[in-house]
Design a protein around this ligand. Structure first.
Ligand SMILES: O=C(O)CCC(=O)C(=O)O
Length: 281
């Protein structure tokens, strides 16, 4: 991670990202939190959201809605992210809503690659708009799991999934309960998951892909069982394309090709080390 010489707090943050693959940060002050909540109140539920399970604005049927969210968040959310991570830019911000009920369970996975991970790291910022607990669908992460990932990860590829982790979260992962306005920054190669929202209210987070200023963002679409096609992307990508129904032909028509990559078998994930025995006396 390049950029300015970091202060002491930034050292801790970058060390956490490098070693564990995630950090939690106090992101929004009270005024910013109210402004971000007001955007959702003004724009409402995303068109195409079935109001069950998990819904990410990039899956919306309405490009106007996606653009309005992203433009509003560029004003009220991006400055806070810039404060914490000054040498990165976002590829747009979205709501991720987990509706009450069991359908919101998210299988453990690594996200696709958004940069050349041999040279750069990209990360997700995921900010809670209300207090988030395990009961309401907090994120769980497998500390250090980003270090095992190699190569390019494609869009919705089976090798990104770790169903055994989400089947037994406490064995592999740690929950990240957050206060409203706090956020987790996590490396896109980190294995993460979230459980159902067992409250009666929707759980709303704001999330965005962050890439180093010096990196050229990219995305990889499967081209058969063994190969990925990699293309250049920018902020427009998540607005123009509906990520839940990605059309490879539309991607090929609108994004410059960068080449191909092999689909690699998923590296294993180990259970958490047992806690050291309590000392007597
Ligand atoms: O918001 C959540 O509960 C899960 C989000 C997630 O896993 C993702 O965006 O990759």
């Amino acid at each position: 991670m390049g950029g300015e010489r970091p202060g002491a707090g930034e050292h801790t943050m970058y060390a956490g990202l490098r070693d564990r693959g995630y950090v939690t940060v106090d992101l929004l002050d009270e005024v910013e939190l109210q402004e971000v909540r007001a955007v959702r109140n003004r724009l409402g539920v995303a068109p195409g959201d079935p109001r069950t399970g998990l819904f990410n604005d990039t899956w919306s049927t309405d490009t106007g809605y996606k653009r309005a969210v992203s433009e509003a968040m560029d004003r009220v959310f991006a400055p806070a992210v810039q404060r914490v991570l000054p040498d990165h830019r976002s590829l747009g911000f979205v709501h991720i809503v987990k509706w009450p009920g069991e359908a919101g369970d998210v299988v453990a996975h690594r996200d696709p690659t958004f940069v050349d991970e041999d040279r750069f790291r990209s990360m997700m910022v995921w900010c809670a708009l209300d207090d988030v607990t395990v009961e309401t669908g907090a994120l769980w992460v497998v500390p250090g799991s980003h270090r095992a990932a190699t190569g390019v990860r494609g869009h919705q590829c089976e090798e990104n999934l770790y169903p055994e982790v989400s089947a037994d979260r406490p064995r592999y992962a740690v929950p990240l309960e957050l206060r409203a306005g706090s956020a987790v920054l996590y490396d896109h190669a980190l294995v993460h998951t979230s459980g159902p929202n067992r409250s009666s209210d929707e759980r709303v987070a704001i999330a965005g892909v962050l890439v180093p200023d010096s990196a050229a963002p990219r995305y990889a679409v499967p081209n058969g069982p063994a190969e990925l096609s990699t293309v250049a992307i920018d902020e427009q990508f998540f607005i123009d394309h509906r990520l839940s129904h990605l059309d490879p032909d539309a991607v090929a028509a609108s994004c410059a090709p960068l080449g191909t990559a092999v689909r690699r078998a998923r590296p294993p994930v180990e259970p958490l080390a047992p806690p050291p025995p309590a000392r007597r006396g």
